[in-house]
Design a protein around this ligand. Structure first.
Ligand code: NAI
Length: 441
């Protein structure tokens, strides 16, 4: 079996951590039990490009239990848990291509390995597999990273076409990936249907909000061990992820400031009790800064120049483009790693700014990503959407689809049941009242 990981001897540690996480993933576990019996993915090759965490391990084991021939590569150079990668290779015979801290060339070597698997279904977190396949489909090979480009160029045109045509569909985990895919669909170039798992209610309402909320604070605290209480904590964006971070920072006693570009979201932040102001104002007073916008250059050179000595800056959005790190380098006279995941940048007047996790997703770089209990729902969506793709891809157009509502509702129902929470059901009278325009007069 071909694979590329840091150290196979870490497998024992990884196995225990995977087992621990799986204990909080009852919905996915139930799906796995059904997959073992029904094998809905038999005959399907599946390439997954996801953060290689304990929760992802449960997902890929579920897909394999469903009969899929799965390969896993990293969706971020810093998010891989090497012990998990080792356990998946050693215990489950799943080829993994992921090493924590891998350089760009290795990251794309791993993407290439996932493409070389010639999948029928791809599963992305940030659309890297799908966008590479589209560069290949459109013959824009020079747009690819050299590690993928040289391999793609070694294939003849027929082989490249066959690679793309073999894909029946894809699923996408995160907001930023969905934005990339919608823009492909808008440009009329999408070659196969995609399900936007991120758009399921049982995904973004919980994973983006509570998952990112808790794990981003966890990452910042593990990286710095600084006190949140009493600090001025600037959250850039007030979307699903940033609401969760603002809520948790506030709960720990921080004075939270929100920056936004969308008037509705900004208004919501004001009414949720936060101060809202432009980043150029917030930059002067913040102790901590976190970006979660999916946008680029949210904190720029001119903002770093306004910051207090000791300001701590992190990103928890998908790509490492939210902070203008090049700008920070330009205004710095010296840089040193002062702790793991903390780089100190010295400005020429002696002030220091601390950048966490090289500007990459701090919850995955310095902590362990989302708690398994929320990933239970996100990955239940992934597993059921992979099954849906295998069954229904032929009926779908080359578009971005939401998660079918019955899948979303079923996951919520199973999660509540697993939590021991019961709810009311509508009486017959209530049902007809709620469905009739004539009632209520
Ligand atoms: P969202 O679309 O709900 O929210 C983004 C918000 O940022 C919007 O309200 C938008 O108006 C605002 N924004 C855009 N540009 C801005 C700017 N220059 N300044 C201030 N605000 C700005 O998106 P969501 O779901 O909250 O995701 C945000 C990012 O986090 C995405 O990149 C997503 O892929 C990523 N993500 C990260 C996770 C993690 O584990 N750290 C988990 C899930 C998503």
């Amino acid at each position: 079996m071909d694979y590329h990981i840091a150290d196979i001897s870490l497998a024992d540690k990884g196995r225990l951590r995977i087992e621990w996480a799986a204990q909080s993933m009852p919905v996915l576990n139930q799906i796995k039990e059904r997959f073992v019996k029904e094998k809905p993915l038999a005959g399907y090759k599946l390439s997954a490009c996801l953060h290689v965490t304990t929760e992802t391990a449960s997902l890929v084991k579920t897909l394999k239990a469903g009969g899929a021939d799965v390969v896993l590569c990293a969706s971020n150079p810093l998010s891989t848990q090497d012990d998990v990668a080792a356990a998946l290779v050693k215990d489950d015979g799943i080829p993994v291509f992921a090493i924590k801290g891998e350089d760009d060339a290795t990251y794309y070597d791993h993407i290439r390995a996932a493409l070389q698997h010639a999948p029928h279904v791809t599963m992305d977190d940030g659309a890297d597999l799908v966008s590479s396949l589209h560069f290949i489909a459109l013959d824009k090979l020079d747009g690819l990273h050299p590690s993928v480009r040289d391999w793609a160029k070694s294939l003849d045109k027929a082989a490249r076409t066959a690679l793309v045509e073999k894909v029946v569909g894809s699923t996408e985990e995160t907001t930023t990936g969905v934005i990339r895919l919608r823009s492909m669909a808008d440009d009329g170039i999408l070659r196969f249907p995609v399900i936007a798992v991120n758009d399921a209610m049982t995904k973004h309402l919980f994973d983006n909000r509570y998952g990112t909320g808790q794990s981003t604070l966890d990452g910042i605290i593990r990286a710095t061990n600084r006190l949140i209480a009493g600090s001025t904590f600037v959250v850039c964006g007030y979307g699903w992820c940033s609401r969760g971070v603002a809520m948790r920072a506030s709960g720990m006693g921080a004075n939270v400031i929100v920056t936004e570009v969308d008037p509705l979201r900004a208004l919501e932040a004001v009414m949720d009790g936060y101060r809202v102001m432009p980043i150029a104002e917030a930059a002067k007073i913040g102790d901590f800064f976190v970006t979660l916008t999916g946008d680029r250059d949210v904190i720029r050179k001119e903002h770093f120049l306004l910051m207090k000595d000791g300001a701590i800056v992190a990103n928890s959005g998908h790509f490492n483009v939210e902070l203008d790190i090049e700008g920070l380098e330009e205004i710095s006279t010296a840089k040193r790693k002062i702790r793991e995941f903390v780089d100190e940048y010295k400005l020429d007047d002696g002030r220091c700014i601390y950048l966490l996790g090289e500007g990459r997703l701090i919850n995955l770089a310095a902590a362990e990503g989302h708690p398994s209990s929320v990933m239970d729902m996100s990955f239940a969506n992934q597993a059921l959407c992979a099954e849906y793709m295998a069954k229904h891809a032929q009926e779908l157009d080359k578009k971005v689809y939401g998660v079918p509502l019955d899948i979303d509702n079923e996951i919520a129902r199973l999660k509540l049941a697993a939590m021991g929470v019961t709810i009311d059901t509508l009486t017959k009278e209530q049902e007809s009242y709620l469905h009739s325009w004539e009632s209520g007069t």
